[in-house]
Design a protein around this ligand. Structure first.
Ligand SMILES: [Zn+2]
Length: 228
């Protein structure tokens, strides 16, 4: 699936590539065709926040169709881009198919977030969302075409190494960042002891989506749950 968000190009390019050079056993879908046409994240409501059975928008109806479609596949790969750098990660639902953690490793993704908001992952436990920073080396449809081809041909590779699994805790506003003079944060790297005290969270806490100028949030904080 590409184009769940209409302005994120990687998945759209990958779907195009797969249509030009089909792979046996692989089907493609554009998540949000209207948003892709409009080159916008969404038209009426964020599709990846519309899987909770809400009613009333184009995207909520689309979410219902996609959830039904996803249920008929072994696994669904859902591609996204973020403008924030060094933020490559996988997103899955809590209690997802264990295969999805193996896929993380196979795809070169070492960080995995268990998403709990009304995204596709929460309701489709066979769906892994792949979030790639724009202009990263993995922001390349041909890289993913090769990965999909290998998955279709060979299946799940030997289970090597670890994936760090995280969950959302809360977000940090730009105001809060200025007030506390947070700096030097790196995606998926633990906060300093002082900053962690300031954000008021226990455990191993890491920031992601750092410095997004498109939202009121400076960063999102995750807590490390385990390695898998
Ligand atoms: Zn997205």
């Amino acid at each position: 699936m590409g184009g769940m968000h209409g302005n994120e190009q990687l998945g759209i390019a990958l779907v195009r590539l797969l249509k030009e050079q089909p792979i046996l056993g692989v089907q493609t879908v554009i998540g949000n065709p209207r948003a892709v046409k409009a080159k916008k994240r969404f038209t009426e409501s964020d599709l990846n926040r519309s899987f909770g059975g809400q009613k009333g928008t184009y995207e909520t109806r689309r979410a219902q169709r996609l959830a039904k479609l996803a249920a008929s596949f072994d696994v669904v790969l859902d591609f996204h881009n973020t403008l924030t750098p060094q933020n490559n990660a996988a997103f899955v639902g809590v209690g997802c198919k264990p295969t999805l953690f193996k896929l993380c490793k196979q795809f070169g993704l070492r960080n995995c977030v268990e998403a709990t908001y009304d995204c596709i992952n929460k309701y489709c436990l066979n769906t892994i969302s792949i979030e790639i920073s724009v202009n990263d080396t993995l922001d390349d449809a041909s890289y993913w075409y090769q990965k999909v081809a290998a998955l279709a041909e060979i299946g799940i590779a030997a289970d090597k190494g670890d994936v760090a699994v995280f969950r959302f805790t809360r977000r940090v506003t730009w105001q809060e960042k200025e007030a506390n003079e947070y700096k030097g944060w790196v995606p998926f790297q633990p906060l300093s002891i002082a900053d962690q005290k300031e954000v008021g969270l226990e455990g191993t806490v890491v920031p992601i989506f750092i410095g997004s100028t498109l939202t009121e949030y400076y960063a999102t904080l995750l807590r490390k749950e385990r390695t898998q």
